[in-house]
Structures are given as C-alpha cells and as structure tokens.
Design a protein around this ligand. Structure first.
Ligand SMILES: Cc1cc2nc3c(=O)[nH]c(=O)nc-3n(C[C@H](O)[C@H](O)[C@H](O)COP(=O)(O)OP(=O)(O)OC[C@H]3O[C@@H](n4cnc5c(N)ncnc54)[C@H](O)[C@@H]3O)c2cc1C
Length: 292
C-alpha cells in the first residue's frame, strides 16, 4: 500500500525544526517527526499512521555524533545511525551492553538507516533499547518550544509505543553515565528469526563483590506494554552468591512476578513468561562468566 498524502518538511537547523513543529501544532496539524523511517514508513504504508505532515530530521547533522564528555558520560546524538553506534570503538569500550543490544537490532540495512533516537522515541516494547535504558539509567535530552530538558529512563517510557515526549518535542541525544569496567552485563533474547523483533528478552547488569551479587538491575522486553524492571529477582539476588542456583531461582521469580505478559499468534502469555525465566537465568550466568 501507499501512504495517505502528507505535507513534507525538511528543516535545516534544530531551531527551525522546533519552530516548525510548534507552528504546525498551533495550526492543529497532525504532524509526525521522521528520522530513519524504518518503523514509521511501514506504518505509513499500512496507513496505521496517517499524519497530515512529516517533519524530516535528516538534515540536522548536528544531531549525528558520538562523544565522551569530561565527566565520562557517553553522549549519542539522536540522528546517529544504529550501525555507527554498533561500529564505534567508543561505544564498545564505554558501554558494551548498549553496543551488544545495538547489534541485535534488525539487520545491517535497518541499522544503517534507523537512528538511535528513532528507536528510543518509537518505544516498541519488543525493542532491546528501552530495556537497556532501564538497566543503564539512561538520560534523554529533548527540546521543545519551552527549551531543552532531560528525562530519566524510568520516566521516559510511558506505555505501548508512548514516551514522555510531546508531539512538539525533538529527542536530541541519549546520555549514558560511565559503566564501571568490572560490572557484569548481558543481553539475551528469543526471536523467531535472526533480525526479527524479539518475542521476549532480558538485559541486565550487576557487580560481583567477594563472590556476592550487588547492585543488580534486570529489565525484560517483549512481554508487557513497555520494558519492565524485574525487581523481585533483583532484590532476591542482592547479596546472594553469584552461582547457578541463585540465577535459576532468580529466573523462576522473574517469570512468576510478571504482571500479564502479552499474547500473540507467535507466543502465548505463558510461553513469554517461560522465556523470561529461562533468559534471565541464562543472562545472569553469561554475565557472571564474562571475562573482563
Ligand atoms: C525488518 C525490521 C526489523 C527490525 N528489528 C528491530 C529489532 O530487532 N529491534 C528494534 O529495536 N527495532 C527493530 N526494528 C525497528 C528499527 O530499529 C527502527 O529503525 C527504529 O525503531 C526506528 O528508528 P528510525 O530512525 O527509523 O525512526 P522512524 O521510523 O523515522 O521513527 C519512529 C518513531 O520515532 C519518532 N522519532 C524518530 N526520531 C525522533 C526524534 N529525534 N525525536 C522525537 N521523535 C522521533 C517518529 O516520529 C516515529 O514515531 C526493525 C525494523 C524492521 C523494518
């Protein structure tokens, strides 16, 4: 199918883009930002989305960067392609969990066109990125008619494909606080085919001090309307020996504590619950065994 007709704008600066969005909104225009188009174009083609105007961010080259700031924060501009993030030695060294998650997103062609910001703004519950953001406590930088603001991951993802961004907001960057070099991490997912969105997945990070688990953060994706922290498993693991028996207990608890996993023709609610149990135990084991 072809998209319904729309006006097309491609502002050449961030202030112009902010003004344009505010003006369109004030005129009552139903507009949408487009970045890489890897999620939005199929939605337009299927007419699931029928905006009257598209505001393309492709010309905003200022939003395409990966840099380490003085305090060690890794900042990635929203228009950076996912493949650039996957290939970046800076990302690999500073945030190996984010880099590993990026490699799991779709295929190279999709990562070449799709932007880092687009994935976060799209907030697909099956996407790896929101879960990783919850684990890493990622900060989101946005700008709207009232100026710039920052939003923490816990407040950013609201519900199914909905974030704290207003229609007039542009996500400009994602910021990751330094990830300590000894901290363990892993991401595990189950998809029908390589490159598909996951039916279920788990991302996590924790420390091991004197053989005990500390500061455990685990998030699941593909199971509820947003990525969710698996707090029951996190709390149970705190101070427990980093051993297989504890990881298997954590998996069971994670699965049992899920509210109401999604169900679709590919995976029932019970199957997703089972997957989360298995993937949690597996990811904990992988992280603990990681040489660093
Ligand atoms: C075959 C296939 C497989 C895929 N597999 C995966 C996968 O495994 N994991 C995964 O996470 N994703 C997957 N995707 C989605 C892909 O990663 C998209 O690139 C991504 O979700 C959206 O990024 P984009 O830049 O293309 O955004 P677009 O499609 O252009 O936009 C997506 C949404 O975000 C909004 N948006 C974009 N940029 C901004 C911004 N800077 N500020 C505010 N709002 C903005 C848009 O308005 C729109 O609502 C897959 C896609 C395909 C086609």
């Amino acid at each position: 199918m072809k998209p319904a007709p729309f006006e097309y704008y491609a502002p050449s600066s961030l202030p112009d883009a902010v003004d344009l969005l505010a003006r369109l909104d004030a005129d009552g225009c139903d507009m949408k930002i487009i970045a890489g188009g890897q999620s939005l174009m199929p939605m337009l083609a299927l007419r699931v989305a029928r905006p009257e105007a598209l505001v393309d961010l492709r010309r905003l080259e200022d939003l395409d960067y990966i840099r380490k700031e003085d305090d060690g924060t890794l900042a990635i501009g929203a228009m950076t392609s996912k493949q650039a993030a996957a290939d970046s030695p800076l990302v690999r060294d500073a945030h190996p969990l984010f880099q590993a998650a990026t490699e799991l997103v779709g295929h190279r062609q999709i990562r070449n066109r799709g932007s880092v910001g687009g994935s976060f703004a799209h907030a697909d519950p099956a996407s790896e990125y929101p879960a990783v953001a919850l684990v890493l406590d990622t900060e989101f930088e946005a700008i709207g008619p009232d100026g710039p603001r920052r939003i923490r991951a816990a407040d950013f993802f609201v519900t199914y494909m909905t974030t704290a961004l207003e229609p007039t907001d542009i996500l400009t960057a994602v910021r990751f606080a330094p990830f300590p070099s000894g901290r363990r991490w892993a991401i595990q997912e189950f998809a029908r085919r390589n490159g598909d969105l996951a039916l279920a997945g788990v991302a996590l990070a924790f420390d091991i001090e004197a053989g005990l688990c500390r500061d455990v953060r685990i998030a699941a994706f593909g199971v509820e309307a947003t990525a969710v922290r698996l707090t029951a498993a996190e709390q149970m693991l705190e101070g427990r020996p980093a051993q297989r028996i504890a990881f298997e207990d954590a998996g069971k608890l994670a699965a049992a504590a899920l509210d109401d996993p999604m169900s679709c023709i590919h995976a029932s609610s019970d199957y997703r619950r089972h997957l989360i149990g298995v993937l949690t135990a597996r990811a904990l084991g992988e992280a603990a065994a990681r040489a660093h």
